[in-house]
Design a protein around this ligand. Structure first.
Ligand SMILES: Nc1ncnc2c1ncn2[C@@H]1O[C@H](COP(=O)(O)OP(=O)(O)O)[C@@H](O)[C@H]1O
Ligand SMILES: [Mg+2]
Length: 318
């Protein structure tokens, strides 16, 4: 049986090397006896998947990807281009979309993750007031909420484009959603998601979202939550339903976290994707862990300061 290799993005300035952001993983992979190939990320994003995979050897067998996030349609092109070269990306295009986009995983995780509704969109256009009012009503119609798209939030623009203090204030919901859509621009993934806000344990031991901007610590000048306003999250890396790495979230890489995985394990298995991450936050009242989001393990950020060698070794020995 052949051993999977891992495809990494090439450095745009020196295409024979991995992108500097992934050089660390390339080195650890090599030290673990693994092999990597390179992909041209810009060509992939531009819809030229055949050209993007030109450096991947023909008939390379099983493959994983570790790299920048791709829109689900671009991932599907990528998988097809590799198949045409005799390679086999081990996460299928539908599997990628299921873990990467909230509507793909929400049905399985419902009840273990904040209640959510979404409004699909065709492009970077904010939903109209009636659509928003209907979505807010589906979410219960009152209380605080979070705005994001199918993949990402604008958490660094917390008060402007992420946090809604009161869903019943439809004008305020409209303002936050419009600003969110404007800032996402062409990168808006899928549509707008509204989620009920839950109180999580914060980095400073308080609860999230309730403090004024005067207390925020620096965020490169962004009007976003400081470290003290963010939830303490654990990022759990799952391969074939087993947690192969449990670590802090990349936003707070030096926190130690020990989430209870009993419930999440069954949900990850039900999702049926081979390589995924789950970000877990602890409820502020101590009543347990919640799934903040699910991600495809190939495009989840690895926190610095932890040793991912075991994860990489697991990937190449599946
Ligand atoms: N429903 C929620 N209740 C409370 N806080 C939330 C909720 N959803 C997100 N957050 C906070 O906002 C941050 C960003 O949300 P997340 O869904 O993880 O988006 P991103 O993909 O941008 O990381 C989370 O790390 C968490 O601190
Ligand atoms: Mg997140």
């Amino acid at each position: 049986m052949s051993v999977p290799a891992i495809i990494l993005p090439a450095d745009p300035l020196n295409p024979r090397r991995p992108d500097p952001h992934f050089a660390w993983e390339a080195r650890l992979l090599r030290e673990s006896g693994g092999e990597h190939h390179l992909v041209d990320h810009d060509a992939l994003l531009a819809g030229r998947a055949g050209e993007a995979v030109r450096w991947v050897p023909r008939d390379s067998g099983p493959l994983w990807y570790r790299g920048w996030m791709l829109p689900s349609a671009r991932y599907a092109d990528f998988a097809a281009a590799l198949t045409a070269r005799g390679g086999n990306l081990l996460t299928s295009a539908p599997g990628y979309a299921a873990a990467h986009e909230l509507p793909g995983w929400y049905g399985v995780f419902e009840g273990a993750t904040p209640d959510s509704v979404w409004i699909p969109s065709d492009g970077p256009v904010a939903p109209g007031p009636e659509e928003l009012a209907a979505a807010a009503a589906r979410l219960g119609g009152s209380g605080p909420a979070i705005v994001k798209d199918y993949v990402k939030s604008r958490k660094h623009e917390w008060h402007e484009a992420c946090y809604v203090a009161e869903l019943a204030d439809l004008a305020a919901v409209g303002r936050v959603v419009e600003r969110f859509v404007e800032l996402q621009g062409e990168f808006l993934a899928g549509g707008v998601v509204l989620r009920r806000f839950e109180e999580f344990e914060r980095v400073d031991g308080g609860v999230e979202g309730t403090r004024g901007s005067a207390e925020r610590t620096g965020n490169g000048g962004n009007a976003g939550p400081g470290a003290g306003e963010r939830a303490v999250e654990a990022r759990v890396w799952w391969l074939d339903g087993r947690p192969v790495l449990v670590g802090p979230h990349p936003d707070a890489p030096h926190r130690s976290v020990e989430p209870d995985l009993t419930e999440v394990r069954a949900l990850v298995r039900a999702l049926g994707c081979r390589f995924v991450t789950t970000d877990l936050a602890s409820r502020a009242d101590g009543s347990g862990w919640r799934v903040v989001e699910v991600g495809d393990g190939q495009v989840s950020e690895l926190p610095r300061g932890i040793d991912p060698s075991g994860l990489l070794t697991s990937l190449i020995t599946v």
